[in-house]
Design a protein around this ligand. Structure first.
Ligand code: URA
Length: 205
C-alpha cells in the first residue's frame, strides 16, 4: 500500500504533458536525440529545479539529472538540506544536443532558438506544477526562465521573477563545477552552489 501511495503521488514520465513532450518536433533537436526527457517529481512540488538539457545518460534513460551532474546535484542538495524527492526536476531544453565524436557524443549547448522553442514546455510544466520557487541552474536555465542568459556569475544567489510573479533563484550549473580545473576555484564555486541550495530551502521555510 505504501508503494501504491508513493506511485500515485509520483506522476512523472507517464503523465499527459510528458507524453506531449515525448512527441515534440518543435525544433530539429528531436532528430538525433534518443528521446525527449520531461521533468519528473511530485506534481505539487514547492520547488522546481531547472537545468540546461539532458546529458548522455539522461538521453538514454529518459530521466533528468541521473548522470554525473545529477549525482553532484544530489550530493550537494543533501548537504544543503534540500530533498530531491520532494522537488520537481526538469530542464530548459528537453532533447540532448550533441556532436558525435567516434563512439562518444559530445555535449553542445542549446542555442537561443532551441531554448525559445522549448520554453513552451517549460512554461507548461511551471503552469502545471505551480511551484512556489524556481531554482534556475546555469545560463541556459536563466535564459529559459527570464529571457536573459548573460551574467549568471553575478546574478547567482539573487532572486528574479517570471512574468507571472513566481520567484526564480539563480545559481550555477553543477556541470560548471565539474569542469572547473583549478581546485580552489572549484571549492569556492561549490560552496556558492551549496549556499544557493540552502537559500532555496530557507526561502521555502
Ligand atoms: N545537465 C542538465 O542540465 N540536465 C540534466 O538532466 C543532466 C545534465
Amino acid at each position: 500500500a505504501q508503494l501504491a501511495a508513493h506511485q500515485s503521488a509520483w506522476e512523472g514520465p507517464k503523465d499527459a504533458l510528458a507524453k506531449d513532450i515525448a512527441a515534440c518536433t518543435r525544433c530539429p533537436l528531436h532528430c538525433n536525440a534518443t528521446q525527449a526527457v520531461p521533468g519528473e517529481g511530485p506534481m505539487d512540488a514547492d520547488l522546481m529545479v531547472v537545468g540546461e538539457q539532458p546529458g548522455d545518460q539522461e538521453d538514454l534513460s529518459g530521466r533528468p539529472f541521473v548522470g554525473p551532474a545529477g549525482q553532484l546535484f544530489d550530493k550537494i542538495a543533501g548537504q544543503a538540506g534540500l530533498e530531491r524527492h520532494k522537488t520537481f526536476v526538469t530542464n530548459a531544453v528537453k532533447h540532448f544536443k550533441f556532436t558525435p565524436r567516434g563512439k562518444r557524443r559530445l555535449h553542445q549547448s542549446p542555442n537561443g532558438s532551441e531554448i525559445q522553442h522549448c520554453r513552451w514546455w517549460l512554461d507548461a510544466e511551471i503552469a502545471q506544477v505551480r511551484p512556489k520557487l524556481l531554482l534556475g541552474m546555469g545560463a541556459t536555465a536563466a535564459e529559459g526562465l527570464t529571457g536573459r542568459r548573460a551574467g549568471i556569475l553575478s546574478r547567482r544567489g539573487t532572486v528574479e521573477q517570471t512574468a507571472s510573479g513566481t520567484p526564480i533563484l539563480l545559481t550555477l550549473h553543477p556541470s560548471y563545477l565539474l569542469r572547473l580545473p583549478d581546485p580552489k576555484a572549484k571549492a569556492d564555486a561549490t560552496a556558492q552552489f551549496r549556499d544557493d541550495l540552502a537559500m532555496a530551502v530557507k526561502l521555502l521555510d
